[in-house]
Design a protein around this ligand. Structure first.
Ligand code: NAP
Length: 293
């Protein structure tokens, strides 16, 4: 923060679609800090240089997104909280000792979003289903475990990746984890479905692709338990095809905006020591989505 302005940013590829600058620049304004949040479209080979810039104080905080969440974890001086168990980071901060600390604020972000969206859903002692096997699905398994379900079932398009996630995380959570091949089998009777793939992202409601996805998803959400909730981590469009299929099956459903805001609040706190009102970020995000940013 040499110039007195806070320098924040996102490392990923692609990054141009990200709402993070909108959220964090609204937060900087709200807490009275000067600064900016920039998008950096980088390949894996450039990550180490950015970690060094953070260590040296040229930048004050970084988020990490697709496809670098695992590679970046390997470059940190230390991993804290759930990141240590997962080996997956979305936030890099400079600690008081100047070392680079990797954390995973997706876990707490999703946990809070689930609690807010489904306050009456009986998750304790019931099965939960996680669709996906990437960085977001790792965070989803940890977030789901916090609700003490009877079992977490993981299903992924590439079944081997689903099985690898289950063997990696089985010793990390104290809830039985199983990998299943068919989405319908994973969803059968579950109280909560966490959709942690990019399937459906950016689809235009009513388009041919939307209709085809909707038809594929109806039997999956239809297999859930009667009072189940569906949380799609995707947030574009604001009512995703997973949410639309869930509504049709009479299930509660929420898209990923609440999680996005909650993880951003947590990351912002790690970088600046300030707690921003999530409502500030939510308003900024909704305005940006409404104007097509
Ligand atoms: P990732 O590590 O690249 O993993 C992508 C996942 O999506 C894999 O499980 C992949 O399955 C699956 N997938 C991709 N295309 C698919 C398709 N056509 N059909 C079925 N499955 C497909 O990405 P990630 O970091 O886990 O992120 C996943 C999604 O979560 C992204 O859309 C991201 O924007 C979202 N997310 C949202 C938040 C939030 O705050 N709301 C936070 C983190 C992530 P395969 O293994 O078969 O390729």
């Amino acid at each position: 923060m040499a110039s007195g302005a806070v320098e924040l940013g996102l490392l990923g590829r692609p990054v141009s679609h990200s709402l993070s600058p909108v959220l964090h620049e609204a937060a900087l304004g709200a807490v009275g800090l000067r600064g900016r949040y920039r998008l950096h479209d980088v390949g894996e080979g450039e990550l180490a240089g950015w970690v060094a810039r953070l260590r040296e104080g040229e930048v004050d905080g970084l988020n990490v997104t697709i496809p670098h969440k695992i590679a970046a974890a390997g470059l940190c001086d230390r991993l804290v909280g759930p990141a240590a168990a997962l080996g997956v980071v979305n936030t890099l901060a400079r600690g008081a000792d100047g070392q680079v600390e990797g954390s995973n604020t997706d876990v707490v972000g999703l946990r809070r979003a689930i609690a807010a969206a489904f306050p009456s859903t009986p998750i304790v002692g019931a099965p939960v289903c996680v669709i996906g096997a990437g960085g977001a699905a790792h965070a989803a398994v940890l977030a789901a475990a916090a609700f003490s379900p009877s079992q977490i079932r993981v299903a992924n398009r590439t079944a081997d990746r689903g099985r690898a996630l289950v063997s990696r995380l089985s010793s990390v959570v104290d809830v039985p984890l199983v990998a299943l091949s068919r989405f319908e089998d994973a969803a059968a009777g579950a109280a909560l479905l966490l959709q942690a793939t990019s399937y459906g992202m950016g689809l235009t409601p009513g388009s041919r692709e939307w209709e085809s996805a909707y038809d594929k998803l109806r039997p999956v959400v239809g297999a859930l338990g009667p009072a189940a909730g569906v949380m799609d981590l995707v947030y574009r469009p604001p009512v995703t095809v997973w949410c639309a299929a869930a509504h049709h099956a009479d299930k509660l459903a929420a898209a990923g905006l609440q999680m996005l805001v909650n993880q951003a609040v947590e990351s912002f706190g790690r970088w600046t020591g300030r707690r921003v009102d999530p409502g500030i970020m939510m308003t900024a995000a909704k305005e940006a989505l409404a104007t097509g940013r």
